[in-house]
Design a protein around this ligand. Structure first.
Ligand code: PHB
Ligand code: FE
Length: 335
């Protein structure tokens, strides 16, 4: 349950006189934006001031995922320096803590915040820093520019509800199919995807139990990129397909095993050790390929053309603790 709004205090400055953006403070971290960049500042453990700079488009695309996904499973690295780790009731915010070189140099900082506090700060930062015409969920070719001075906002884009089926897309009372009428038109890259529906012949009385839908057609109408929805849920087995174009805006550090099925086109993945960032593997996935990301890795995908990816998650709330205690393996299979 969210805490009442009045006890969550977001530390924001007045808009800066020339560029028009607010600055934010969360614990020992400072956040500031200018026309091109987000600047994050903190103090090292021995009191020296440090800062880190990210392209503002990359920063907002990552911030959007972190906010939109409620801090996701495990670690959301905005880049090799800053990010968050979800502990499901609280969230770590860090700089350099999962970067082997910075950790060794002692210039890292990690602080833990109640989820409501970091969420409120991130939501306000995302709202203030996202200009009219820029959609952080859209592919770069399908949105305007994130750069420049403060120019309005884009509340509909940054407050989209995540599409989460309870049982299955298209079932009565569940997540609806995507249609032209609902404003979910077929993406330019998927003009050739058949839009027919499967035939269903349930016995009387089983109309709400026997079900099927055209997943390719559903995905061809996705308006966003790198934003898995839930299309079917069986206990903790979540089918999370998504359409991908350009770069996954975060380096995701799993806290559990995660499966990928490349449903069309191609994505290449850079995989690294999730604690140090040391490169581990490059995985080139072509249509029909399946891969499993072990719980000890972080990964970032590159999709040159809009493609369809099925992410399969085990959403068990106990899994992360079973892995920490060594009761559940970090890999899908041991040979
Ligand atoms: C992932 O981190 O595994 C991930 C996240 C979003 C996507 C695809 C994969 O769209
Ligand atoms: Fe992942």
């Amino acid at each position: 349950m969210n805490a009442p709004a009045e006890i969550i205090k977001v530390l924001a400055s007045k808009p800066e006189a020339v560029l028009g953006y607010k600055s934010f403070t969360l614990g020992s971290f400072g956040f500031r934006r200018d026309e091109y960049f987000a600047h994050i500042s903190w103090k090292t453990r021995d009191g020296r001031p440090l800062s880190h700079t990210m392209d503002i488009g990359n920063f907002l695309r990552a911030l959007m995922r972190d906010v939109g996904w409620g801090f996701f499973y495990g670690g959301v690295n905005f880049d090799p320096v800053i990010g968050t780790v979800n502990h499901y009731k609280s969230v770590d915010l860090y700089a350099g803590a999962y970067n082997g070189t910075m950790k060794e140099a002692g210039v890292d900082l990690l602080e833990n915040f109640p989820t409501d506090q970091i969420r409120a700060t991130f939501e306000q930062m995302l709202d203030d820093w996202t200009n009219a015409g820029f959609d952080p969920f859209a592919a770069p070719l399908e949105t305007g520019s994130p750069y420049g001075r403060k120019n309005g906002n884009n509340i509909p884009a940054i407050t989209r509800a995540r599409e989460l089926a309870t049982r299955c897309v298209g079932l009565k009372g569940d997540l609806a199919l995507r249609t032209d009428e609902r404003g979910t038109r077929i993406n330019r890259a998927f003009a050739d995807v058949p839009q027919d529906h499967p035939e269903l012949h349930p016995e009387p009385g089983f109309e709400n139990e026997v079900h099927a839908f055209n997943l390719f057609a559903f995905l061809s109408r996705s308006q966003v990129t790198w934003n898995p929805s839930f299309t079917s849920v069986v206990k903790y087995s979540y089918m999370c397909p998504t359409t991908e174009e350009h770069i996954l805006p975060i380096l995701h550090a799993n806290d559990r095993v995660e499966w990928f099925f490349q449903m069309c086109d191609e994505i290449s993945w850079d995989c690294a050790d999730k604690t140090t960032g040391k490169p581990l593997a490059r995985v080139i996935m072509k249509a029909g390929d399946m891969a499993c990301m072990p719980a000890y890795c972080r990964h970032q995908g590159y999709s040159p053309k809009r493609s369809m990816l099925l992410v399969w998650e085990n959403g068990s709330p106990n899994l992360v603790y079973e892995i920490q205690k060594g009761e559940t393996p970090e890999v899908p299979v041991k040979f």
